[in-house]
Structure formats: C-alpha cells, structure tokens
Design a protein around this ligand. Structure first.
Ligand code: HEM
Length: 390
C-alpha cells in the first residue's frame, strides 16, 4: 500500500523518520498527492539532484511553500550563472568577518542569556537561550538594532511556519515576511546613505570586477541571512541540546571531554538537522526508479532522510557521537551548500560549551514536545528544561 506522506499532517513535524524509512525502502521516488510534489529520500538520489541544478532548478524558490517576493534575487532562489555571481559577492562580504572574531561575542551572549535563564526554576532553552544567542549575534553582525530582535524573531518563526488548515501559508505568515523585507529595506537605505562597519554595508558595497549587488539583492540576501541565522541556527542548536538530553551518555562524554563537542555537532547535523527538506522544480522529464518526474513538477530533496539511509551510513538510526559522518547533508550539497556552515558549527560549539559548563545535567519538564508546523524545517516550539539529572 502506498504510504501517506503529508507535510501538513503534524506527524511529519513531530517525527518524520519512520515515514522517511518507508519511502526510502518502498517508494524512493514518491509522488505525494496530498502535497503535489515528488519526494526524493535516498542519499544517492538526493545528492545527485542537489548537484544537478540544470535539471532540478531553484529559480522558483527552495521553500516548499515559497514566500511571495523572494524568488530570483537571493542565493536559494537562483541557479547558476546568476547564483554564482550572488554567491561570490555574498561570500566576499561574509569573508570580511573573521569567524574567530565571533567566539567572544557568542560566549558573551550565551553567558548573559544563561544568567537570566537560570534565575527561573524552569527555563525555555529556545526563547531563553538558543534564540537569544543566535538572534543577538546575527543582529550584531548585520548592525541591526537590538530593540527589534524579539519582534523580528517572532516574524521569522511565523514566516517559516505553515497553516495546517490552509495547507500552505496563511495571510499572517505571508505578511510576516513582507514586514521583515520592509524592515531590512529601510536598514539598507540607511547604509547606502551612511556606510558602517557591518555585514549589510559589506553586502551593499561588495564588488567583484566592478559588479555589485542591486538593492533588491542586498535586501533579500540579508533576509536569507536573518532567516538562516534566526531559524536554521537557533533550531539546530536546540536540536543539538535535545540530542544531548535524549542521549545522556553522549552528553556526559561531551561534558568530560571538550574535544568530542565538534564530533557530536556533526553527528547531530546528520541525525536530525533542523533543515529537513528543500524544494526544486524539474526543468525536463526525468526517469527515476520507474517513475517519470515531468518538467515543471515540484521535487522535495529530503536531506533529513538521506542522512538516515543505511546505504550511506551504517546503523543510521543510532546517535553515535564518534561516527564522523563524512559527507552528511545537514548543510545540503552542490551549489547551494550552506554558506553559513562554519559559522553554524562554531556558534553552536561556543554557546553549548558555556551552557554545559553551567548546566551539565538537565531534563525536560514536559513529556511531549510541540513542533513548529513547517514544510521545510523541524524545530520544537519550546523546550522547558530544569537543571538536574536527566
Ligand atoms: C546549523 C545551522 C544551519 C543549518 C542546519 C543550515 C542548513 C542549510 C541547508 C540545508 C541549506 C541548503 C538549502 C538548499 O539546498 O536549497 C542552506 C543554505 C544556506 N544557508 Fe544555511 N544552515 C545553517 C546556518 C546558516 C547560517 C548561520 C547562515 C548565515 C548567516 C546560513 C546561510 C545560508 C545561505 C545564504 C544559504 C543559501 C546558499 C545557496 O543557495 O548558495 N546558514 N543552509
């Protein structure tokens, strides 16, 4: 019988892994009637499609429920050669920020978030810690006013969320992204008038062979950084803390031996990254596993499933912090491989060091987590923790 894989069911937000396994074994090229798209789930197929941008295009956006106004002018919504140009200019701006310079600000943000969180008997790891660190850091990097951080985070979470009743985005979610774009547009205009030492100015002035980003490209690329920093990074940090909660032996080993932290991060990126699925659109008919993906069809690349494929990783459902999962797709693959991968690793590592030094043992105060409804991402709404034995 054909399994049901419905991105708006809620079950996929909470635990997509049994459904992924059924798809990988029985329906590796699966047409979801419910969602009107193909789902590729095996490592080999997802990896090949992520490389083959000529066949699997990003020009109509990489979000499964794409947000109006985002296509054609930022990294995740363009193909080469336009994408290469944007990527080179964005990477040049990003490279101006020395990654090592992020260590102290990350630790500082983590220490001050923790000082407030630990005053409470139960604190929420997400609102009180991970998002405080990641949004704080992104805002510092981009030179955005700290007073707007909480509101922008709320809008980012809304704009990556879907509405189950509507089976897509509702007006409030769409408006949230329009508000973020408007807010960034004003910031870009102010940098044009008076340049500063921040990443928005670096994007606005990045130049290669006389070529520069247009205002729309600067705004949408900044919006991508804000969404990635606020959603992908904060959610990944939360998923990492959750893995270390669920696997207390792994956590105790990381606490005892700091050298295991980067390995544990890499394994969490494989095991249950926040960035689960991204969209492409086929530009020609493709035969795969006896099915025909037609030109114009939408295709989801399920990175989160590829990372659990036994054909690539031995005992894939085991969380093993010493696995060294070479070639995992927690950051995607091919031309759209995450531009912030090193930043993501570094910030998670530094923030979690501060956290685990102060809180080596913690446990969830609720039995069942609520999950953000999202067709691309997987993240808990809240993770209330109490200090003590897990
Ligand atoms: C640990 C946290 C993060 C995870 C798990 C993650 C994951 C991903 C994934 C899977 C993609 C590929 C999207 C696709 O195939 O269409 C991606 C792309 C991207 N990420 Fe990240 N990301 C993280 C953090 C960041 C940060 C901190 C930034 C920058 C502030 C960032 C910036 C980007 C950009 C600009 C792209 C688009 C690249 C392109 O299309 O060329 N990411 N990310």
């Amino acid at each position: 019988m054909k399994p049901v894989f419905d991105l708006y069911s809620g079950q996929i937000d909470a635990d997509p892994f049994p459904s992924y396994a059924a798809l990988r074994e029985e329906h590796p090229c699966y047409w979801s009637d419910d969602n009107g798209l193909w789902i590729l789930s095996r490592f080999e197929d997802v990896f090949a499609a992520a490389q083959d941008w000529r066949t699997f295009s990003s020009t109509s956006g990489n979000l499964i429920d794409e947000l109006p106004g985002r296509t054609g002018a930022t990294l995740g919504t363009t193909d080469p050669p336009r994408h290469d140009r944007l990527r080179a200019l964005a990477a040049a701006a990003f490279a101006r920020k020395n990654m090592a310079a992020l260590i102290e600000p990350t630790r500082e943000l983590a220490r001050s978030a923790l000082a407030v969180a630990l005053e409470k008997p139960v604190f929420d790891y997400i609102t009180d810690f991970s998002s405080k660190v990641t949004v704080g850091l992104l805002f510092q990097l981009l030179g955005l006013p700290e007073s707007d951080a909480a509101e922008i985070r709320r809008k980012v979470v809304l704009s990556i969320s879907t509405d189950k009743e509507k089976r897509g985005r509702n007006d409030e979610q769409i408006a949230a992204f329009a508000d973020i774009s408007r807010f960034i547009t004003e910031e870009v205009e102010s940098r044009r008038a008076a340049p500063r030492d921040d990443l928005i100015t670096a994007l606005a002035t990045a130049e290669i062979d006389g070529d520069r980003l247009s205002d729309r490209e600067v705004v949408l690329t900044t919006a991508t950084f804000v969404m990635a920093g606020v959603e992908s990074l904060s959610s990944f940090m939360s998923m990492f803390a959750l893995n270390l909660h669920d696997y207390p032996d792994a956590r105790r080993r990381v606490v005892a031996n700091a050298e295991l932290m980067p390995l544990a991060i890499e394994e969490s990126l494989r095991f249950n990254t926040s960035a689960q699925r991204f969209k492409r659109v086929a530009t020609r008919d493709v035969e795969l596993h006896g099915k025909t993906i037609k030109a114009g069809d939408r295709v989801a690349l399920a990175y989160g499933s590829a990372n659990r494929d036994w054909r690539k990783f031995r005992n894939p459902d085991v969380y093993d912090i010493e696995r060294r999962p070479q070639g995992h797709m927690g950051f995607g693959a091919g031309p759209h491989f995450c531009l912030g991968s090193n930043m993501g690793r570094l910030v998670t590592q530094e923030a979690m060091r501060v956290f685990l030094d102060a809180v080596p043992e913690y446990h969830l105060t609720i039995e069942k987590l609520a999950w953000t409804p999202s067709s691309n991402f997987r993240s808990p709404v809240a993770m209330p923790f109490e200090i003590g034995h897990a």
